[in-house]
Design a protein around this ligand. Structure first.
Ligand SMILES: [Zn+2]
Length: 279
């Protein structure tokens, strides 16, 4: 089975026709099930979680109810679409995240992301890296990710090494930084996302990097597959290559979620062939 468990409708509206374009692209590329995972910060229910300047920049706040209605209506009509949300983990705001964003809605899957180190959104502008200590940025990133995994709020660790997005590389080995993240994730029955989005970014490398995926495999953590598409044409982007990457690292199953309950599906060699054929 092929899944794409990370994508965003945010460049369009919450209409069935816009959603259908994402689903149709997925189906045409051999993907049987998708999860829509809007960014929580776009919704009024997340107000105050991230700095005010960011909320102004991301435009007028939307309503989570409208989004949830769109997806649950599609589900009732039999569309193979999961209701997801991608939440920025903000250390110290666990209770707010739980009470305002996680608990009130019938999520199938909740993605946890770290895009902010303190008040610095490290993946927005490469110029913001000027004068920063890259090693300590990596250290802080993985420490925050470990805290996120420990929080127990999330089902999936999104783009686990997104700190590399602009190609600034730490000199230290990353596996020792990543291991505590995975051990915390393991204790919470979380999955780790394998994402083709990194190939579309300046770094030009899949998330997570091979040595980190080896560690995921060594610890037997479940995985999801993701494109992080923000446009229909990026749904299941590079999935032939992504499946091959997973397969050559020994991965034989992908995780699907219903109402936050995970189960495993075989990632057969036929899946990679399908995705490869579809490009
Ligand atoms: Zn995303």
């Amino acid at each position: 089975m092929l899944i794409d468990y990370h994508m965003h409708l945010e460049q369009g509206d919450f209409s069935p026709s816009w959603l259908r374009r994402f689903l149709d692209t997925a189906l045409s590329r051999g993907v049987q099930e998708i999860a829509i995972t809007e960014h929580a910060y776009r919704f009024r229910q997340a107000a105050g979680l991230l700095p005010a300047w960011w909320e102004q920049r991301t435009g007028p706040a939307q309503d989570l109810e409208e989004y949830v209605n769109l997806i649950t209506t599609a589900q009732r009509e039999g569309w193979p679409v999961k209701l997801g949300i991608e939440i920025d983990y903000v250390p110290g705001r666990e209770d707010d995240i739980a009470r305002r964003l996680v608990e009130p809605y019938p999520w199938d899957v909740v993605l946890g992301s770290v895009h902010w180190l303190g008040d610095w959104p490290f993946d927005v502008d490469p110029a913001s890296w000027q004068g920063r200590d890259v090693d300590s940025a990596y250290g802080q990133y993985f420490a925050t990710l470990a805290r996120m995994a420990t929080s127990g709020l999330f089902d999936v660790i999104s783009h686990p090494d997104v700190i590399k997005v602009f190609g600034f590389r730490s000199r230290q080995p990353l596996a020792p930084l990543f291991r505590p993240v995975l051990e915390a994730a393991q204790a919470r029955h979380m999955a780790v996302e394998i994402s083709s989005a990194g190939w579309r970014k300046r770094v030009g490398e899949v998330y997570p990097a091979p040595e980190l995926l080896d560690l995921v495999q060594a610890l037997h953590l479940p995985v999801t597959l993701a494109s992080d598409a923000h446009r229909p044409q990026d749904v299941a982007a590079d999935f032939g290559r992504l499946c091959e990457y997973a397969w050559t690292h020994g991965i034989r199953q992908v995780t699907v979620f219903s109402r936050r309950s995970p189960s495993q599906r075989p990632l057969g060699p036929e899946s990679t062939a399908e995705a490869g054929a579809a490009g």
